[in-house]
Design a protein around this ligand. Structure first.
Ligand SMILES: Cc1cc2nc3c(=O)[nH]c(=O)nc-3n(C[C@H](O)[C@H](O)[C@H](O)COP(=O)(O)OP(=O)(O)OC[C@H]3O[C@@H](n4cnc5c(N)ncnc54)[C@H](O)[C@@H]3O)c2cc1C
Length: 382
């Protein structure tokens, strides 16, 4: 058994931290306030090879793993979660790499790490969130392709993406409700596609989120991901397996970043004639926060390592995602508390971490849905 990252992974981690500290620190508050995607930053990160680490060499990436991608995500989120989500510019590339046909991989994957295209994945709808079998966006066969109608809600990169994977109903009459869906690749310049940017988010405000409407959007049959219809639900579950590990790394990153700020503050801030870090009640908090972060990191490392070694374990993945989400929220809360009134003010940045942390308990499956998965794997369906 070996708990060490490889030398290459350590180098990637250090390089990601150095990049984030140099490039995010000055601009993070501004992008949070103006709620806009930092395009120049994303291009720089692409130029240095941080974006799309899991994309195979034959499709323009370095061919590393989900764990490597997650390690970079953690370091980026540690410095700023909103800016850190520039790494999600490849959100859905895993889907194409796993299930796409060769022509699709060659066409849609190489522009992503080069910084020439942004993508997204549209699953959620106004009436289909946790229950994705309630998806109603319809793709009807027409002229050697499909006509899509429907609405997708809360889509990351929705208003900036060049193309998106869109989960649609293709076979409404299928006996099994799990076989009704297919994944279609939709270019955002197709007539009938509209994206309305959502503003006023609590956190990760530099990350783009949009509502999408599809009004008679035509895509050719070549845009179906995979060889046959009816696979969309199963493909989406596999995507979740990978992206929940990535989301877990976000929770660990925001927690570690908040802890870093708390450590710095309790050493500097003096009350009752000594640094507040000298009080045992404060020391216990720091000890607990550090332990939670370490435990959550160990879980996502293991879950990610297993995926990269061909052993996908949905129970472990959901454990990692749930725990990291909760640890992010708990640690950011305690870190803000340790800052006292200063924590409540934007100048100290910890209030942003407090707001940013919450999303990890919601997207890529809420924490309740993660617990459903864990319990089902343990108890079976009862
Ligand atoms: C910033 C942001 C970015 C996002 N990005 C994307 C994206 O790129 N692509 C995409 O497709 N979606 C995206 N989402 C959507 C996100 O995945 C959903 O919001 C999430 O899955 C929850 O769905 P919902 O909001 O409809 O909540 P609901 O499903 O309505 O859940 C509401 C509450 O009920 C609970 N609940 C529901 N069912 C159960 C149950 N069976 N047992 C116990 N509790 C239950 C939930 O846990 C939750 O607490 C994003 C959301 C946000 C906010």
């Amino acid at each position: 058994m070996d708990f060490e990252l490889s030398d290459e992974q350590k180098d990637i981690k250090n390089a990601a931290r150095e990049f984030a500290e140099k490039e995010f620190t000055e601009i993070a508050r501004d992008y949070d306030q103006k709620e806009s995607f930092p395009r120049d930053l994303w291009r720089k990160a692409c130029g240095l090879g941080f974006v799309g680490l899991f994309i195979k060499e034959e499709y323009g990436g370095p061919g590393l793993g989900i764990l490597d991608h997650s390690i970079v995500m953690e370091e980026f989120w540690r410095v700023d979660p909103g800016c850190g989500n520039i790494l999600l510019a490849v959100f859905g590339a895993e889907f194409i790499q796993l299930y796409g046909r060769e022509e699709q991989k060659k066409k849609y994957l190489p522009p992503l790490p080069r910084g020439e295209a942004i993508m997204g994945t549209a699953i959620t709808e106004p009436d289909a969130g946790s229950d994705i079998t309630a998806i109603s966006t319809r793709a009807k066969k027409d002229r050697d392709g499909y006509i899509i109608n429907g609405t997708k809600q809360f889509i990351t990169n929705g208003s900036i993406a060049d193309y998106l994977i869109v989960i649609c109903v293709t076979e409404p009459e299928a006996e099994s409700r799990f076989k009704r869906f297919s994944a279609l690749l939709v270019e955002s310049n197709r007539p009938g596609f509209e994206a309305i940017k959502i503003t006023g988010k609590l956190g990760i405000r530099a990350s783009d989120t949009a509502e999408l409407t599809f009004s008679d959007v035509y895509v050719p049959k070549e845009n179906l991901i995979g060889k046959e219809e009816g696979q969309g639900f199963y493909q989406t579950m596999q995507l979740f397996n990978m992206n929940r590990v990535v989301a877990a790394s976000q929770g660990v990153g925001v927690a570690q970043g908040a802890l870093d700020k708390a450590i710095k503050h309790v050493k500097q801030r003096k009350q009752f004639g000594k640094p507040i870090g000298a009080f045992q009640a404060v020391q216990f908090k720091i000890a607990e926060m550090a332990t939670w972060v370490e435990a959550a990191r160990a879980l996502y490392y293991k879950a990610g390592w297993m995926i990269d070694n061909g052993k996908v374990d949905p129970k472990l993945i959901s454990m990692a995602k749930w725990m990291a989400g909760e640890v992010g929220v708990k640690v950011a809360n305690e870190a803000l508390q340790l800052h006292g009134g200063y924590g409540y003010i934007a100048d100290y940045d910890i209030e942003r971490f407090y707001r940013d942390a919450k999303i990890v308990e919601i997207y890529e499956g809420t924490k309740e849905i993660e617990k459903n998965t864990i319990a089902r794997e343990i108890l079976g369906r009862i």
